[in-house]
Design a protein. Sequence first.
Length: 193
Amino acid sequence: MPLKILTTLKSKLDSYSPNGSLEDHPQAAVLIICYESEGELFIVMTERSKNLPSHPGEVAYPGGKREKNDTSLIQTALREASEEIDLDESKIKIIGEIDTLKSRFGLSVTPFIAVANEKLSLKANSNEVEDIFHIPLSFFTNKPNISEKVTNYKGETFKTPVFNFEKYKIWGLTLAFTINFLDLLDIKFDYDF
């Protein structure tokens, strides 16, 4: 079954027109890495180190800010993933990109979709990553545990959905990218916050 999912994903990405990075903002990129194992599709996520100055302890995709030497945002995503989770880029294939979103700190973040042929051997760089975890697609298709979080930003208070997977809380930009990714597979959610 997941083989069909990967085929669907690839064909959807072939006809998808991402909005592209926001040129007048600082640039960043992330990798959404998927692979099949035991009849299931998995997505790789990280929990950021609690010692980081920005977003400590939050769930994120591997990635980060573009540096001067990066020739493209794909290179940014690969370099950051190599630094954070010891990704061997020869083990993955980037099959597309989805819509860039602006973080609440004004960063233009572009997500790239990558496929691996197997579960990867990854190692967390403890300076940046607390943990690496793998979410099965079935978590999202079997009524995931969704709660709400009250967030304050620039003096405004708003409610935001949180997907609770094991001990991890997926919300914010990471959740927005995840929902856009799952939308490609026609997986949708019903919550009203």
